[in-house]
Structure formats: structure tokens, C-alpha cells
Design a protein. Structure first.
Lengths: 253, 57
């Protein structure tokens, strides 16, 4: 085995990943929290009022980063689901299953904040147009993966079945992303672009990008915390997990 | 301060949106901690039961 494969196997072994993720997670939560607080200050206090939407546009600073994350989390889940199905790596199964509830949280916040933003700007809480409907389907896909994972008794079989569903659902990700171009929709098009010029001014865009960074860091913090618990649950009978359980204040139970 | 909270008349939309954001991610942060506690207690329980079984002749 070459050095890379060796490293991969070492990281992928449950006790090692448990230890590394445990060291990283609190820092990631802390960094995400600080970045999020800075972004909120920038978005709610420092950014100027929009000439068209007034202050209502300020919902963008949570709505858009959460929407990006709802797709990012799905892509991350699908990649890990693919690895889990092809190579049957235990850690990938857990990573895929741990990203589902986080992705669902981001999707839920996207839908709710979008709805609250829609009321004053469009005059309606909800409309069955392409962007909104495909994002709602995304939430149902997440809930389907979570539900299927919990419906099957054997944890590893459950993870594989749910991974399969996650993989099929990936078709919805480009649909969400391109829906504003493919169909006539009430939802506005892309405002922030990776390529070419963004249609938003600099003092509005920086809180948005800082919040996007904060949500990415948060995703990995929560992912690590959840994957650790998943590893403990799956390997509860192994020595390393017993040592963790006994070290964790064996007195109170 | 009142001006800030009013958000140009859109406060009733903005603050609930931010509240949902904060509450959902507070739950997201707490959920794995609670589950971890339950899983660890479960492992200890299994260990104790096994020790008790082995102790009885």
C-alpha cells in the first residue's frame, strides 16, 4: 500500500476518526459561531438599505447561504453514499447519514425564511413555481433518507438502503440550481456569481460571503459531532467504544 | 435602537426569519450531544449487565 492509501485507511478507522473529529468539532463550532456573528452584524447593522426592497432584503444574509448549503450538503451526502455503496466503507455510510439531518435543517430554514421574505415582496407566502417546488422536493428527499435509515433495524443495511435513495435523489440538485433559468419563475435569478460580475454591491456581499463560510464550517462541525455518535453506536461492542463510555463519567448514567 | 428593531417596517418579517435560523441551528448543535449521552449510557448498561451475568455462578 502506498502512503496515501495507508493514510486513508488510518483516518477511516473508527477510533482514529473519532479522536480527530472530537478534537476538531469544538473548534469548528466556535469558528462558525464567530463568523456567523460577524456576518449578522455586517448584514443587519452595517449593510445599507436596499433601494428597492428597503430593509426586507436583509433576509438574504441567512436565506441564500442556507440555500447554498442545502445543495452542498446533498452533494456531500450523495458522494459519501456512492462510496458507501461501492466500497462499503463504514465511515462513508455514517458521513452520508449524518449529513442528512444537517441538510434537512438548512433546507427547512431556506424554505421558511424564503416564505417570510416572499410575503412582503411578492405578496404571498408560497407559490408552486419551479424554484420553490424543487427546494421542497429536496426537503422531502432528506426526510425520506432519514426515515428510511431509521425504519430498518440493521444499521449497516439501513445505511445502504438510505444511501441508494440519496443517490437517486441527486437528480434534483441541478433542477434546484437551474430552475430559475429553465422556467419562468417568481424567484429572482442568481445574484452572486463565481464567474463574472455579481449583481450586488460590495458592502452587501461581504456579510453574505462570510455567512456562507460560517455555514460551511458549521456543516462540518455538526457532521463530525454526529458521525462520532454514529461510530459509538455502531461499534458499541468494541473495546475502544467501551473505553470511551467508561471514561465519560461512568458514575452517572 | 427602536429604529433598528423596526427595520423600516419590515421587522415583523426579518426577526422571525432570524429567530427560525437561530433556533434550528441551536437544536442542530444540541441534538448530537443528547444522543451521545444516551448512546454512552446504553453502552455502559450493556457492560454492567454482562458483568452481572458473568458474576452469577
Amino acid at each position: 500500500m502506498n502512503a496515501l492509501t495507508l493514510w486513508f485507511h488510518k483516518i477511516g478507522s473508527p477510533p482514529t476518526f473519532y479522536r480527530i473529529a472530537g478534537a476538531l468539532a469544538p473548534w469548528l463550532f466556535g469558528i462558525a459561531f464567530v463568523l456567523g456573528a460577524v456576518a449578522l452584524y455586517g448584514g443587519l447593522v452595517m449593510a445599507p438599505r436596499d433601494y428597492q426592497q428597503g430593509d426586507a432584503y436583509r433576509i438574504i444574509f441567512i436565506h441564500v447561504p442556507c440555500a447554498w448549503m442545502s445543495l452542498f450538503a446533498y452533494a456531500f451526502m450523495a458522494v459519501n453514499a456512492f462510496i458507501a455503496l461501492v466500497w462499503r466503507i463504514k465511515l462513508s455510510e455514517l458521513l452520508a447519514m449524518a449529513s442528512a439531518p444537517i441538510g434537512a435543517a438548512f433546507t427547512f430554514v431556506t424554505l421558511v425564511t424564503g416564505s417570510i421574505w416572499g410575503k412582503p415582496m411578492w405578496g404571498t407566502w408560497w407559490t408552486w413555481d419551479a424554484r420553490l417546488t424543487s427546494e421542497l422536493v429536496l426537503l422531502f428527499l432528506y426526510l425520506g433518507v432519514i426515515g428510511l435509515y431509521h425504519a430498518i433495524e440493521d444499521r449497516r443495511q439501513a445505511a445502504r438502503a438510505a444511501s441508494f435513495l440519496a443517490l437517486i435523489g441527486i437528480v434534483n440538485v441541478p433542477i434546484v440550481h437551474f430552475s430559475v433559468n429553465w422556467w419562468n419563475t417568481l424567484h429572482q435569478g442568481q445574484t452572486v456569481r463565481l464567474m463574472g460580475e455579481s449583481k450586488i454591491s460590495g458592502d452587501m456581499v461581504w456579510p453574505l460571503l462570510v455567512m456562507a463560510l460560517a455555514t460551511h464550517v458549521w456543516f462540518f462541525a455538526s457532521l463530525f459531532a454526529r458521525t462520532r455518535v454514529g461510530l459509538l453506536e455502531l461499534e458499541g461492542g468494541k473495546d475502544w467504544a467501551r473505553e470511551v463510555a467508561l471514561a465519560d463519567g461512568g458514575g452517572r448514567s | 435602537m427602536t429604529d433598528f428593531l423596526a427595520m423600516g417596517g419590515y421587522g415583523i418579517y426579518i426577526w422571525p426569519a432570524y429567530a427560525v435560523f437561530v433556533v434550528v441551528f441551536a437544536i442542530d448543535a444540541i441534538a448530537p450531544r443528547l444522543r451521545r449521552r444516551r448512546v454512552l449510557a446504553d453502552i455502559r448498561g450493556k457492560l454492567r449487565r454482562r458483568q452481572a451475568r458473568e458474576a452469577t455462578p
